[in-house]
Design a protein around this ligand. Structure first.
Ligand code: ASP
Length: 321
């Protein structure tokens, strides 16, 4: 085993009748982008950035183009990246004009003076770094706008869903679609990256778990790399990504047990919904989720890339190193 890459395109209730092939194709394209980096001997950091940038460019997923709408009918983007070798991290929140938020997070990490930039300051940093700038409308798609209209009956102050809302609106609101990647490179280094438009109809200014080190993203060569997706408020409060690391580092658990115990334990206890992709330093991959599905895929060395959506698609033997 020389390298491993895994990606996700969000967790949530996914309509069974929706054509799924384009989602598989989007995941495969991200695996191809990140896999090419690893195959050429590139770093885990470069691989997760490339994979997530590909998912940001795919309008099917809730990150970059295709991001969900806020209650104000705008887009506010969050992203974070972490290098498990150095514990350096870079993140941004509430950005409006950065075409590929994960590349800006990477530039923030490389700059090294701060970890998390918000709003106009994040947009300005990215422009100064020479990254592509777009109008906020670049991120809009008709599907996301329809989704916003569908959930308008929900409380914009909360991601706790109003269960009196129509079934269709509830189902759409729970199609999260955040993207992420974790990688182990040939040098044995881990990295994680996560990027999102947040939750449909979110209150402007609301920031989820995605850009928060230890909640939606974490990497540490001592244990694992984690990228999360789901109801962000719960992931923040359960410190999900760091909780998985801690179970391994302090409890001596393997990555599969640590990740499953966190999603089934502290996250579920808070009422949280979603999942993680977690990659151990030995190359073991765990992808637990408590929603009906989670868009996910992985590749290991030159073996063919694998993609899955539903729980019943789970193929545990294929996940072993
Ligand atoms: N976790 C993201 C957030 O709360 C949403 C998602 O995973 O789709 O912003």
């Amino acid at each position: 085993m020389t390298y491993v890459l895994a990606v996700h395109g969000g967790a949530g209730v996914i309509a069974g009748d929706t054509a799924q092939e384009p989602y598989h194709a989007g995941l495969r394209a991200a695996l191809a982008a990140g896999g090419a980096v690893l195959r050429a001997g590139g770093s885990a950091v470069a691989a997760v950035a490339a994979a997530v940038a590909a998912l940001e460019d795919c309008p099917l997923f809730n990150a970059g183009r295709g991001a969900v709408f806020t209650a104000d009918e705008t887009h506010e983007l969050d992203a974070g990246i972490m290098d498990g070798a150095t514990l350096r991290a870079g993140a941004l929140a509430g950005a409006r004009h950065i075409r590929n938020p994960i590349l800006a997070a990477n530039a923030i990490m490389d700059d090294g003076r701060f970890v998390l930039l918000a709003g106009a300051g994040a947009d300005r940093f990215a422009a100064d770094a020479g990254l592509a700038r777009v109008d906020n409308g670049y991120f809009s798609t008709p599907q996301r706008h329809a989704q916003l209209l569908g959930v308008r009956g929900l409380d914009p102050d909360s991601t706790a869903l109003d269960h009196s809302a129509p079934e269709v609106a509830l189902r759409d609101a729970r199609r999260f679609g955040t993207v992420g990647a974790v990688a182990l490179d040939a040098a044995g280094n881990l990295a994680a990256a996560t990027s999102t438009g947040g939750m449909t109809n979110k209150r402007p200014g609301r920031i989820g778990d995605t850009p928060l080190v230890g909640a939606g993203v974490y990497a540490n060569n001592a244990s694992c790399a984690v990228s999360a997706t789901g109801t962000g408020e719960h992931f923040i409060r359960a410190c999900v990504a760091h909780d998985i690391h801690a179970r391994m580092a302090y409890g001596g658990h393997g990555v599969a047990r640590a990740a499953h115990d966190c999603i089934g334990g502290p996250l579920a206890d808070l009422g949280g919904e979603g999942g993680v992709i977690a990659l151990g330093r030995d190359g073991t991959l765990a992808m637990p989720f408590n929603s009906r599905g989670m868009y996910r895929g992985w590749l290991r060395d030159d073996a063919p890339a694998q993609t899955r959506i539903f729980r019943e698609d789970e193929d545990r033997p294929a996940l072993a190193p």
